[in-house]
Design a protein around this ligand. Sequence first.
Ligand code: PLP
Length: 367
Amino acid sequence: MKKQPQPLLVTKAALPPFEVYSGYLKQIWESHHLTNFGPLALEFERKLQDYCHASNAFYVCNGTMALRIAIRALELNGSEVITTPFSYVATTSSLVWEHCQPIFVDIETNQLSIDAERIEAAITPKTKAIMATHVFGYPCAVDRIKNIAQKYGLKVIYDAAHAFGVTYNEQPLVNYGDISTLSFHATKLFHTVEGGAIVCSDKAVGERVSYMRNFGHDGPEAFLGMGINGKNSEFHAAMGLSLWPMRDEIVRKRLSVCEAYSTIFGSCASVTRPVLPKGAKHNGSYYPVIFESEAILLKIRERLQEFNVFTRRYFYPSLSSLPYVKKQQTPIADSVASRILCLPVFADMEPALATEIACEIVASLKD
Ligand SMILES: Cc1ncc(COP(=O)(O)O)c(C=O)c1O
């Protein structure tokens, strides 16, 4: 392949036309309303709520804060929470930060999510919840997890940071579980520079989330309970509103890049890929490939760098190896984490470039 004239990174943030964003900036300048639930944040939140078909969608300052508030709103403090060892570090660190003990259950190898068949064996009298990640936007076994949660009276939080725009059985995936959280960080397919959301349907949980993300306020002079600064600004909401009309197009373009990769890897037995379960529609959020060994991964990563193409080891190392969690055995996650690489995918990327990268990888695997 040809060397890229500019470094090709694993992602490139989508940006709206400059005039559209500056139109919102003009509104902010005219109103002097910069933050604290201004008109743009409220408008963005309404759109989000409709899009998620949810009774509550709260726009917050980032996906990590969304997780922390979700844990608080479900009153999990001090409990054991069954979780996945294969996700971004924020999934585990939010639990520890909120004084929960993460109990890792190993993953399955189709969607790379927590293996629902192993969850029951990890439940103890201290277990209060399951926190799973729809990693790379591939849905967890949501029906099976719901049955287990009902049987044992557990809460379910889905870290849906990668799942904006994913549907499962015609429903937005964020509608599953007691709470789903989203991230709108600039690296995500749809973003507000920094940002996140908490989606839930239960009214009482929604009320707790609502005051918790605003310092616990109940009006200017009263407090319902303890809260934190979880709100987001008008400038961030303006980015969300500017990108809003582009969201389906972003997904469509990313999916065509993913398809270009898959056409080449489809006939390469030494590259494996997560599988989309029946009934799910993907969003093209990431393009992970799994090699047969870590040594091969390192060789491919180095080879692509020679062409100015930069990949990322999402997610490495597995979270059960973090220095602040109790040592636990998760051999499948450890193995996948050591062999998985995410390839560049973003809306502006030409599918032909994905084809070139995939061909280069396949050729290097034969060397
Ligand atoms: C799975 C997962 N959970 C949580 C987060 C945290 O989101 P944020 O960066 O918006 O705090 C991220 C990404 O950054 C993520 O990938």
